[in-house]
Design a protein around this ligand. Structure first.
Ligand code: ZN
Length: 849
C-alpha cells in the first residue's frame, strides 16, 4: 500500500542513525510464494546520535515474530516499518518475516525472474526483505544462510560452507543494506581467474541460464580488462577471492554493483556476434567496467544518504568513460557522450524535471537516478580534473581512498579532499552541485592591433525552485587557428569565474578563428553568432576532434533550422562540407560515421524552442527527410565507394576498427537505400553473419518500405532469443512513418511475445514510441494516449519503470496549444488513476507543474 499524500524528504533534515549495526545474520528459507527470512542483528547505540528512537524500515512484510536479546517482543508495526523499546546498550534484535517473491512484480527486494530468485536492493529495496535500518550510512558485516532446492545459491562475499539444500556466505567488508544480494536458481557459469598485482587469486564467474553459456566470453574479457585498468590507473585492487556476475532477464535498470555479486540485466552482459550489435558490445564493456569500478567508488566508499548519489554515480560514470576512452577511441567516446548528454541531460535541465546534481529534496529516490546525477555528475568530475590538472587529480583521489575507505560520505568530503590535495578553494565550484540548469555561454570577439579578445557572458535560466543563479567557474578550453588553417595557439584553459569576463591573446599577425570549448570542456550551451564559412573552416581544419565534429553538427543544424523555419532548400555549403569530409580517408571511419549523423528531431525541437519558435514535430521530421534525400543525390557515388571500401571481410570482432568500418559502411548503406530502393540493404540482410549487419539491413529495408518479408524472416529466425526479439519490436516502431508509429506500437502490444511484465520488452515497445518524436507527437494525440494507457496499466505492477518512462512527456511545454492540451489530458488521466504509486505521482506532478 502506498501513502495517500507522499512525504517530501529534505537533505537539510539529515540526522545520523540512532543505532549502528555491528553484524547481521540472515537465513532465507526459499519458497516462491512464502519465503521466510530470519534475521539476527547486533545493534549498538550510536555515540554520534542523541536519539534513542529505535526504528527499522520494513514494507510488505508479514511479521511472524520478533525478539530482543532472546525475549519475544511485540513491536509497533506500520506500513513503513517497526518501532520497539530497546535497551540503552548493545542488544540483539531478531525477527522472522514472510515475503512473496513470486508476487513481486515491482522487481525491488527479493523477486523471481524465470524461475530464479534474485534481489534488487538499491535504493530502498532491502526493507522489502526484512526489517532493517535501510539507509546507506548504516554499514555492517553480513553472514547469509540460504536454504532451498536450487542448484546454485549465491550471496555477497565468500562461500563459507554448503550442503544438500543449503549454502552459507560471509562478506567480510562492512556494507550498507542496498549492496546486499542473493541469487538462487538453475544457473551455469562461465569461469575464469584473475591475479591481482599483489598476488591475490580471484575466481571470476558469469552465471547465466543454461543455453546462454556461449554469450559470456566477451563480458569476461571486459571484466578482466576493467580489473587491470583500475589497478593501473587508480591503483585499486579487488578485495575478495571471488567475483560473481549474474544475468537476469527481468530487471528495471542496467546493472547493480552488489558487493562481490553484481546482478545484470541480461541485455547488459550477454553478447555474441550473431545476436548483439557493435553498439551492444561497447555498452556491455562499459557497464561491466562501471559496476566493477563501483567496488571502490560506491562500495568501499559509499554515500551517507541518497542526496549524495552523484558521489558514487558521477565518479563511476566518469571512471567508466575514461576506461572506454583508453580501450577504444577517446574522441569517438567523447563525441558519443556529448550527444547523449545533450539528448538526455540538457533536455532534463531545460524542463520541469530539472534538479541539481546533488538534489536537496525528493519524494521517491528511485526518481533521481537521472541523467543529471549520472552524466552531468560525471561532467563535474571531468571539469574538476581539468581545473586542477592530471597530477593533482591523482593525488586527490589517492587521498580520497586513504581518508574515506570504509565510510559513508558526502560531496563536502569529496571536495575537501581536492581542497586539501591542491590548496584550491572550491566554494564556487560547489555551485555546480547545488544549482540546476545548463549555463548558456554567450561569446563575442574583437581583434585590434594584433590583439584578439574573447568576451564571455554566462547565464543560467531559472529552474523549478531556483529562480536566480550565481556565476559558476567554467573551464573553457580554447585554441586559435590562423587564416590558412594552421593552429597558431595551442589549446589553453581559460578559467571563467565572473558573470562576464574577457580573455586576450597578443601578438597575432591576423584575426584568428577560435576553436572554443574544445573537447567539450564544460557542460554548457555555447551561443556564438558566426558564419557558415567559419564552421566549414573549422570542420576542415580544427585539430580538436570534438570541435571538428561540432562544427559539422552546427552547420547541419543551422541548415535544418532554416529549412524548418523559412522553407529554405538544403544548405549547399553543408552538403559540400560533409561530402568532402566523408571522402577524407585520413579520418577515422568511426569519426566520419559520427560526423555523418544529423541532429536528432528532439535536438532540433529544443533549438527551435530556444530561439522562441514553437516546434512542429512533423515539419522537423520532413526537413530531416528532405535533407537526407538531398544528401543521397549529391553523395550517391561516394556512398557506393565508401560502402565497398569499408566492408569488413575478416571474421567478426567487436573492436574499434571493425566497429568504425561497419558504422561508416552502414551510414553509406542508408544513403544508397534512398537511391536503390533497398536492393543493397536486402543483399546485406541476406548475407549477414552478424547482428550489426543484419539489423542495419533490416533497418534500411523498413525505411525504404520494403521490410515486410525481412521482418517476418527475422522473427522466425530469432523468436527463441528474447534480447533479439526486443530489437525486432523496437525497430518496427522506430522505422514507422509518423502517422503509423502509434498504430504500429498498439499492434505490437497485441503480439503474443509482448509482455507488460518484462521491463526490457516494455521499453523496447513503448520506449520506442516515446523515442519517435514525430510519431509520438502526432497531431491526432494517439501517440500520447497509447503511451498513457500502458503507463497506467504498468504502474500497479512496476512503479519504478512506469515513473521513469513518464519523462517522455517532460518536454510538453515546448509544443503548440493543441498538443499541450492533448498531453495535459493524458497527464491528468494518469494522475487520476486509483492508487497511483508514489513514484509515478511524483513524476507526473512535477511534469504537469
Ligand atoms: Zn552506477
Amino acid at each position: 500500500m502506498k501513502d495517500a499524500s507522499p512525504q517530501t524528504i529534505y537533505l537539510a533534515d539529515y540526522t545520523p542513525p540512532a543505532f549502528l549495526v555491528e553484524k547481521v545474520h540472515l537465513t532465507f528459507r526459499l519458497s516462491p510464494e512464502k519465503t521466510r527470512v530470519l534475521s539476527k542483528i547486533e545493534f549498538r547505540p550510536n555515540p554520534a546520535s542523541s536519539s534513542r528512537t529505535f526504528f527499522l524500515h520494513g514494507e510488505n512484510l508479514r511479521l511472524i515474530g520478533a525478539k530482543i536479546d532472546g525475549a519475544a517482543i511485540t513491536p509497533q508495526v506500520t506500513a513503513e516499518g517497526l518501532t520497539a523499546d530497546v535497551p540503552d546498550a548493545p542488544f540483539t534484535f531478531e525477527a522472522e518475516v514472510e515475503i512473496d517473491p513470486a508476487g513481486n512484480t515491482a522487481l525491488e527486494g527479493l523477486y523471481m525472474s524465470n524461475g530464479m530468485y534474485c534481489t534488487q536492493c538499491e535504493a530502498e529495496g532491502f526493507r522489502k526483505i526484512t526489517y532493517y535500518p535501510d539507509r546507506p550510512d548504516v554499514m555492517s558485516v553480513f553472514t547469509v544462510r540460504i536454504e532451498g532446492d536450487m542448484p546454485v545459491m549465491l550471496s555477497n562475499g565468500n562461500p563459507v560452507a554448503e550442503g544438500d539444500g543449503w549454502a552459507e556466505w560471509h562478506d567480510p567488508w562492512p556494507k550498507p543494506a542496498y549492496l546486499f544480494a542473493l541469487v538462487a536458481g538453475d544457473l551455469v557459469n562461465h569461469a575464469d581467474r584473475f591475479t591481482t598485482r599483489s598476488g591475490r587469486k580471484v575466481d571470476l564467474n558469469i552465471w547465466v541460464r543454461p543455453g546462454d553459456e556461449g554469450k559470456c566470453a566477451f563480458g569476461m574479457e571486459a571484466l578482466k580488462k576493467s580489473m587491470t585498468w583500475d589497478e593501473e590507473v587508480y591503483g585499486r585492487e579487488y578485495d575478495l577471492d571471488l567475483f560473481n556476475i549474474v544475468a537476469v532477464d527481468d530487471f528495471n535498470m542496467g546493472a547493480m554493483e552488489n558487493k562481490g555479486l553484481n546482478i545484470f540485466n541480461s541485455s547488459c552482459v550477454l553478447a555474441s556476434p550473431e545476436t548483439s550489435t557493435d553498439a551492444n558490445f561497447e555498452r556491455i564493456e562499459a557497464i561491466i567496467a562501471h559496476e566493477y569500478f563501483h567496488n571502490w567508488t560506491g562500495n568501499r566508499i559509499t554515500c551517507r544518504d541518497w542526496f549524495q548519489l552523484c558521489l558514487k554515480e558521477g565518479l563511476t560514470v566518469y571512471r567508466d568513460s575514461e576506461f572506454t576512452a583508453d580501450m577504444r577511441s577517446a574522441p569517438v567516446k567523447r563525441i558519443g557522450d556529448v550527444i547523449a548528454l545533450r539528448a538526455r541531460q540538457f533536455r532534463e535541465d531545460n524542463g520541469p524535471l530539472a534538479h541539481p546534481v546533488r538534489p536537496e529534496s525528493f519524494v521517491e529516490i528511485n526518481n533521481f537516478y537521472t541523467a543529471t546525477v549520472y552524466e552531468k555528475g560525471a561532467e563535474l568530475i571531468g571539469m574538476l580534473k581539468r581545473l586542477v590538472g592530471d597530477d593533482a587529480y591523482g593525488r586527490a583521489l589517492d587521498l580520497y581512498f586513504e581518508r574515506h575507505d570504509g565510510q559513508a560520505c558526502t560531496i563536502e568530503d569529496w571536495l575537501q579532499v581536492f581542497e586539501d590535495a591542491t590548496g584550491r578553494d572550491l566554494a564556487q565550484f560547489k555551485r555546480w552541485y547545488t544549482q540546476a540548469g545548463t549555463p548558456r555561454l554567450r561569446v563575442s570577439e574583437d581583434y585590434e592591433g594584433g590583439t584578439y579578445t574573447l568576451h564571455f557572458e554566462q547565464h543560467t535560466p531559472p529552474t523549478p525552485g531556483q529562480e536566480v543563479k550565481d556565476p559558476r567557474v567554467i573551464p573553457i578550453a580554447v585554441g586559435l587557428l590562423g587564416p590558412n588553417g594552421d593552429e597558431i595557439k595551442e589549446t589553453q584553459l581559460l578559467e571563467m569565474t565572473e558573470a562576464r569576463q574577457s580573455f586576450t591573446f597578443d601578438g597575432l599577425a591576423a584575426k584568428p578563428v577560435p576553436s572554443i570549448l574544445r573537447d567539450f570542456s564544460a557542460p554548457v550551451i555555447l551561443d556564438r553568432e558566426t558564419s557558415n564559412e567559419e564552421r566549414a573552416f573549422l570542420l576542415a581544419h580544427d585539430t580538436d576532434p570534438f570541435n571538428k565534429w561540432e562544427a559539422g553538427r552546427a552547420l547541419a543544424r543551422n541548415g535544418l533550422l532554416a529549412m524548418i523555419r523559412e522553407g529554405a532548400a538544403p544548405d549547399a555549403a553543408y552538403l559540400d562540407a560533409v561530402h568532402t569530409m566523408a571522402r577524407d580517408e585520413t579520418l577515422d571511419p568511426a569519426f566520419r560515421a559520427l560526423a555523418h549523423g544529423l541532429p536528432s528531431e528532439d535536438d532540433l525541437a529544443q533549438s527551435l524552442h530556444d530561439a522562441g519558435h514553437t516546434p512542429d514535430p512533423q515539419a522537423i521530421w520532413e526537413a530531416l527527410e528532405t535533407l537526407r534525400d538531398a544528401r543521397a543525390v549529391t553523395m550517391e557515388a561516394t556512398a557506393r565507394a565508401l560502402y565497398d571500401r569499408h566492408q569488413v571481410t575478416a571474421p567478426y570482432r567487436p573492436d574499434p576498427e571493425q566497429t568504425g568500418a561497419r558504422a561508416l559502411a552502414n551510414a553509406a548503406l542508408a544513403i544508397l537505400t534512398r537511391r536503390d530502393g533497398g536492393a543493397q540493404a536486402q543483399a546485406q540482410y541476406d548475407a549477414a553473419d552478424n547482428m550489426t549487419q543484419q539489423l542495419a539491413g533490416l533497418s534500411c529495408l523498413l525505411q525504404a518500405g520494403k521490410g515486410a518479408a525481412a521482418v517476418q524472416a527475422f522473427y522466425e529466425q530469432w523468436q527463441h532469443d528474447r534480447l533479439v526479439i526486443d530489437k525486432w519490436f523496437s525497430l518496427q516502431i522506430l522505422q514507422a512513418a509518423p502517422q503509423d508509429t502509434a498504430d504500429t506500437t498498439a499492434r505490437l502490444t497485441e503480439h503474443r511475445d509482448f509482455t507488460i511484465r518484462n521491463p526490457n520488452r516494455f521499453r523496447a515497445t513503448l520506449g520506442a514510441l516515446a523515442m519517435s518524436p514525430a510519431g509520438f507527437h502526432h497531431a491526432s494525440g494517439k501517440g500520447y494516449k497509447t503511451l498513457a494507457d500502458w503507463l497506467i496499466a504498468l504502474d500497479p505492477l512496476n512503479p519504478q519503470t512506469t515513473a521513469r518512462m513518464c519523462s517522455a512527456f517532460e518536454t510538453w511545454r515546448r509544443y503548440d496549444a493543441d498538443r499541450r492540451a492533448l498531453i495535459a489530458e493524458q497527464l491528468d488521466r494518469i494522475l487520476a488513476s486509483p492508487n497511483l504509486s508514489r513514484d509515478t505521482t511524483e513524476m507526473v506532478s512535477r511534469i504537469r507543474g
